[in-house]
Design a protein around this ligand. Structure first.
Ligand code: ADP
Ligand code: MG
Length: 487
């Protein structure tokens, strides 16, 4: 791929604004009592009320659960919550929309003017708005059976989160999206499942001469469903636009789709063919009014957000930045770590063992921290045993695997039962040292004749004899004493 570090690409700024759709984790649909069950793909058209079928005379009833999740997301993104917001009809004709219009919010969305900082950067992205709207049905086509419509997804509650055009590279857009993805999952507002379209993104991309203050004409890239594709699509599109400008052409406003197989964006429609949605107020829904008390109640119940968690890991627990970012980007791991670290005197040791050995053992078993066999409490005790030097790292690896095998046993019990404690008792060590000296008379003679590099060999023999349990510092001291006293 051409890099943006070289001319002519380096002579341009890339400008990106995102529109992210999140399906809300409500039990029911946005305007009816039908279940919100898009994952039940095996049985199409099972979760459909009369409203989603657009039968005449059906009235929408707004689901308060969806409002709650939308406002929660808004508060987490530092938004202003509009105490009065309104619903509108956005008209278009397509088989996935039986009513002929989508109910959405346009003029006055439920939340506006927020912001989200991209981690490990000094970029803050402004959130223009968050609106509540309904999803469309799913339309599929195959040559044998023709077009088929599954209404399970019709009127599934969505929020659309729209950013200002504040990102300036594909990487920045992806980092922003990953943070947003982590936040909506932390809030349990959205499953975040990108393959199923529960979290999906349109990227608006334009380019301008480096440093110019006026924005270029933009193209909108529709419905991209993986972080990698988003990065690739934005980079391809920015280069495409720069190539056109360099060749003396002009950018015209277009809606484009990304073809992952070709690695290209292709034209869907241009400005002339842009639909006129004929927005009008939704006559069947009153304005949505919220009280300050309601909003403040939701604010008070916000969980700890990823940014606050990272600060806590670094400032209170003293974790490294790298460990902090790995742990906090995985919600199951972060929850496990939080439970364990609350009971543990040595959080960095805990982090080391959780991120290395425990992660390795779980991946060998095809398991994850959601179903970690070792309880957080036992993992905490384990880390304390390691940091108090009761056990060295070699024995600790053995102990951890025993803990996975016998999750019902305390680490202390396993330690005793399998004799994994480090030998520090000088009498016991002395006996082992004597055995090493007696069993290696040739090397002892060489050492005494001046070959001092053999000390490591004796330490090795001591560790072997003690099955890794001898305290190496005390053991080494005893060995030296023995070797330097002539018999
Ligand atoms: P519309 O009303 O046509 O949907 P908006 O002004 O709401 O347009 O913008 C939609 C999205 O496009 C927003 O995410 C915004 O940040 C982004 N956007 C607007 N102008 C540009 C631009 N010149 N370059 C990149 N993104 C842009
Ligand atoms: Mg828009």
């Amino acid at each position: 791929m051409t890099s943006f570090e070289h001319p002519p690409y380096s002579d341009y700024d890339v400008v990106i604004g995102l529109e992210v759709h999140c399906q809300l984790l409500t039990t029911h649909k946005l305007f009816s009592a039908a279940a919100n069950m898009t994952a039940d793909a095996a049985r199409p058209n099972q979760h459909v009320a009369h409203f989603e079928q657009a039968l005449p005379g059906q009235l929408p009833v707004l689901n308060p659960e969806a409002v709650k999740l939308a406002v929660t997301a808004g508060l987490a993104l530092d938004c202003h919550v509009n105490l009065t917001s309104v619903f509108e009809r956005k008209h278009y004709f397509y088989p996935d929309l039986p009513k002929g219009y989508q109910i959405t919010q346009q003029a006055r969305p439920v939340c506006a003017q927020g912001q989200l900082s991209i981690p490990d950067s000094n970029v803050s992205v402004r959130i223009a708005r968050i609106q509540i709207e309904e999803d469309a049905a799913k339309s599929t086509h195959d040559d044998r059976r023709g077009r088929r419509i599954d209404l399970n997804r019709a009127s599934v509650p969505l929020i659309e989160i729209v950013t200002e055009p504040d990102m300036s590279s594909a990487d920045e857009a992806v980092e922003f999206l990953k943070e947003l993805h982590l936040i909506v999952r932390t809030l349990q507002v959205c499953s975040g499942n990108m393959e199923d379209g529960a979290f999906r993104c349109d990227a608006n991309v334009s380019v301008k001469k480096r440093g110019s203050s006026s924005l270029g004409e933009r193209c909108e890239l529709k419905n991209i469903n993986s972080f990698k594709f988003i990065r690739d699509a934005i980079e391809f599109e920015a280069r495409r636009q720069i190539d056109i400008l360099e060749a003396g052409g002009r950018i015209t406003m277009q809606t484009r789709s990304y073809d992952a197989a070709l690695g290209q964006t292709t034209l869907m429609r241009d400005k002339e063919n842009a639909p006129d949605y004929r927005f009008m107020p939704e006559p069947d829904l009153p304005a949505l009014t919220l009280s300050t008390a309601y909003v403040e109640e939701l604010r008070a119940h916000l969980p700890e957000l990823p940014a606050a968690r990272r600060v806590r890991y670094v400032r209170q627990l003293g974790l490294s930045h790298q460990d902090t970012s790995i742990i906090s980007s995985n919600l199951a791991l972060a929850s496990y770590f939080d439970q364990a670290s609350a009971l543990c005197a040595s959080p960095q040791t805990l982090a080391n063992w959780v991120l290395n050995e425990m992660t390795l053992v779980l991946s060998e078993q095809g398991a994850s921290f959601e179903s970690c066999p070792v309880s957080p409490a036992y993992m905490a005790r384990f880390a304390d045993l390691v940091s108090e030097d009761v056990i060295n790292s070699k024995l600790a690896k053995k102990l951890l695997r025993l803990m996975v095998k016998h999750p019902e046993c305390t680490p202390e019990h396993l330690l005793e039962a399998h004799h994994l404690v480090v030998i520090r008792d000088e009498d016991v060590l002395q006996a082992l040292v004597s055995q090493v000296i007696e069993g290696n008379s040739v090397q002892v003679a060489q050492y005494r004749a001046g070959k001092e590099a053999l000390l490591g060999y004796f330490v090795g023999q001591l560790m072997k004899l003690s099955q890794g349990k001898a305290d190496p510092v005390v053991g080494k001291a005893l060995l030296m004493k023995e070797l330097t006293t002539l018999d």
